[in-house]
Design a protein around this ligand. Sequence first.
Ligand code: PLP
Length: 395
Amino acid sequence: MDKQKKQQFETEVIHHGYDSSIYQGSLAPPIFQTSTFSFQTAQQGENRFAGEEEGYIYSRLGNPTVKMLEERIAALENGEAGLAFGSGMAAVSAVLIALTKSNDHILCSQGIYGCTFGLLQLLKDKYNVSHSFCTMQTESEIREAIQPETTCIYVETPINPTMALIDLELIVSIAKEKNIKVVVDNTFCSPYLQKPLDLGCDIVIHSATKYIGGHGDVIAGLIVGSKEMISEISMTTLKDIGGVMSPFDAWLLIRGLKTLHVRLDRHCDNAEYIFEQLEVHPMVEKVFYPGDKKSEAYPIMQKQMKKGGGLISFTIKGGKEEAQRLLNELQLIKIAVSLGDAETLIQHPATMTHAVIPKENRELMGITESLLRLSVGLESKEDIWQDLKQALDRL
Ligand SMILES: *Cc1c(COP(=O)(O)O)cnc(C)c1O
């Protein structure tokens, strides 16, 4: 069979880039748990450092297990090359530092991951890279928000934690015209549900800690983009800042990825069911879910996502006190940040993931004190709902 031939997603998550015959038939790929690689001769060492000969040097610069994961995620996102990091934030920071210099401006979606918000503040305070936020809902709004210094548009869609969607095709059409790079944090979707590079975006970022790992046992980040851009990031902000992924973590992610499509299908089915139940519960005020057919954003979801995803946010009647009481009444569902695990997780953004964001910015993003974010797991959907319902009923 032609090795280069593109296969279906469901086949590539399991097979892409691994040939067991090279490794004595080992079905699972080996973990190259090594920090360095010995050269056969001094000349070979010189050639590798000069970039004149392919081969490994030192695991911060590249490692076979990590490389296998990088090639696989690149194939799944339909990109040319991938790069692995020790955390999602190592990936976000490497990308933003690589794409900006002092006096540049980053235009961000209104609502981003809490630590990305912290990083933007740091870039502003220390390096004079500015940023601003935009809901990005209309063409004129986006055009007005772009500044002459804008070099990068940074987007999360669905937005964490409000689940608002941004039309990636629209962003790309404006950005291309102005030669601005579009970066998408695709953590909430994984490549199974959304492929931003297919729509013309430049770089995709993942906190692989979430759906890609899928089992809540690893912290990791991945990015995918053109060969040229990935190679530049690899040789600068990855190599010199050094937030690399360990070979063992790469191995865990290769294992997790094999079931991505199966897990995501179930996450989405369970979430649809929980969404329907939440919508009619008297203690629930409003439910935010990309799969909501009544929402204005539904056509965007149909255009760029395969399904609605596994995350739901909702507000309850009351405020912080009621939100915390609800969490404390839960028995099966775990109170925890993170998402995309087999276990259903719930958290309170205003006091947890988005607590670092000043209250007024937070409220502008739609993160009120009664908002809760649910990462619907893989348990029985009836059991998940029973637990939520008994807690809601007690409010
Ligand atoms: C978790 C998360 C991150 C950060 O990833 P880590 O792996 O925790 O460093 C970035 N963006 C989004 C949307 C996330 O959910």
